[in-house]
Design a protein around this ligand. Structure first.
Ligand SMILES: [Zn+2]
Length: 133
């Protein structure tokens, strides 16, 4: 059983922020900013593709509620979200990161070097694929 499943089953301690039938929300132990949380589905999957729609929708609704909480608690003018799935998923258990943001807080994207195509061709490929998946 993975670490996040152990946390969801209350066999490993975490700072619990919220719990529903489908999800557990905890503080990240290595936060980008204070208030950084992880929304974990109780179902062990490594990709959003394998989650039931109801769980995905609940995770999105929880994200919105957390953003409102960041504003209430911290007066945060911004927020960030992140998901890593499949082979990029920490602990092999899909989750959402949600954290408050401030201008100049130092969090940023780091891109690998190299040319990447940004074109109508790329948009068309994705648009067509989305019709069939
Ligand atoms: Zn798990």
């Amino acid at each position: 059983m993975c670490l996040f499943c152990e946390i969801a089953a209350h066999r490993v301690t975490a700072h619990l922020v919220d719990e529903t039938d489908r999800t557990v929300t905890i503080l990240d132990t290595d936060p980008v900013n204070e208030g950084h949380v992880l929304i974990l589905p109780k179902l062990h999957v490594d990709s959003i593709v394998d989650l039931p729609d109801e769980t995905v929708l609940e995770m999105a609704a929880l994200t919105r509620k957390l953003v409102k909480a960041f504003s209430s608690v911290y007066g945060a003018p911004g927020y960030g979200t992140m998901q890593n799935g499949g082979a990029s998923c920490s602990f092999g258990h899909f989750h959402f990161h949600v954290f408050p943001r401030w201008p100049g807080d130092g969090y940023d994207w780091i891109y690998p070097e190299g040319e990447k195509e940004v074109s109508a061709n790329v948009a068309a490929k994705l648009k067509n694929a989305m019709k069939t998946v």
